[in-house]
Design a protein around this ligand. Structure first.
Ligand code: FES
Length: 312
């Protein structure tokens, strides 16, 4: 795909940890347009390719606007965008693609978790302009961490539910009432993996094709030649088998263990776990070399051979 050379024309903080980048072409070219839900792939200053949803209107765009969260424990792409992509910085961008297109129905329920608001915000504005009925549920840890909150509250007053859980698993939003009765509504959901898993779980009885997810996977979590292995959980003394097509994190969750995760793609740092024994096949973009003996990111990394012993 032909890349476009772009320059950061404007940067502004939309929350203390989320910056909005306005990218314009360095040459006099017409930018390809896009529909809500589309993303661009950016070659970040670290060299890592990262997909970011487009926030602005894609009809005849003069710029591509993305909002990027700084993942505090990540040394990867998003962290380098925050640290290095200052106004005037140039980078390569792959043209928009859309794996999360809107369907054409009458009613929509848009669900966003955290930085997942970016495509949802673009969708909401587009649907509103076209006179479609919509409701938004926006969940985040706190108001401080919720991008575009003031704009959304103003533009969609009476049509938006905002819920802050303070990072407390006991205080997460309960989607059951919203999804208990399948309706002609189409649901679009973008957010961290646990949120999407929750929506999948409570909407299992909905007819096929009505629930849509944006699912970014910057690294391959499971590869074709992966094999099963065992992890021993030192604290509980249990042993869990990780099948060839599941991550350690998924295997733990499948066997009823509480896990902490967010990106589930080896970039955010949330699932960092102490490795007590065994040889890990590290596939994340978080750990520094000197940490690799003692830690493992269980959402993507596996065992090189034999079994791993984790401090869980
Ligand atoms: S690195 Fe984000 S959940 Fe594992």
């Amino acid at each position: 795909m032909k890349q476009i050379r772009m320059r950061v024309e404007k940067r502004r903080d939309v929350t203390p940890g989320i910056s909005e980048f306005t990218l314009v072409p360095t040459d006099d070219v017409d930018l390809p347009g896009f529909d809500p839900g589309a993303h661009i792939t950016v070659e970040t200053p670290s060299g890592a390719m990262r997909r970011y949803s487009l926030v602005n209107d894609g009809t005849d765009p003069a710029a591509y606007v993305v909002a990027i969260k700084r993942e505090p424990e990540s040394r990867g792409g998003s962290a380098s965008m925050h640290a290095e992509a200052l106004e005037g910085y140039e980078l390569n961008v792959e043209p928009p693609e859309n794996d999360f297109p809107l369907t054409d129905v009458q009613k929509y329920l848009l669900i966003a978790g955290g930085i997942g608001i970016t495509p949802i915000y673009a969708m909401a504005r587009d649907l509103d302009k076209r006179g479609k009925a919509l409701r938004i549920i926006y969940v985040s840890r706190s108001a401080e961490e919720a991008a575009y909150l003031a704009e959304l509250n103003e533009d969609f007053a009476g049509r938006i539910i905002v819920h802050h859980d303070g990072g407390d698993p006991a205080n997460v939003y309960d989607f059951w009432d919203d999804l208990a009765t399948p309706r002609a509504t189409h649901v679009f959901c973008c957010g961290p993996k646990p949120l999407m898993e929750e929506i999948k779980a409570v909407s299992g009885h909905w007819p096929e094709g009505r629930i849509h997810f944006e699912d970014f996977k910057p690294v391959e979590v499971v590869r074709e030649d992966d094999t099963a292995f065992e992890v021993e959980l030192k604290k509980s003394g249990e042993t869990v088998t990780v099948p060839e097509d599941r991550s350690i994190l998924e295997a733990l969750r499948d066997s009823g263990h509480a896990t902490s995760s967010s990106c589930e793609s080896g970039t955010c740092g949330t699932c960092k776990t102490r490795l007590l024994a065994g040889e890990a096949d590290h596939r994340d973009m978080v750990l520094m070399d000197e940490e690799k003996e003692d830690f493992i990111m269980i959402c993507v990394s596996r065992a090189k051979s034999g079994r791993l012993v984790l401090d869980l």
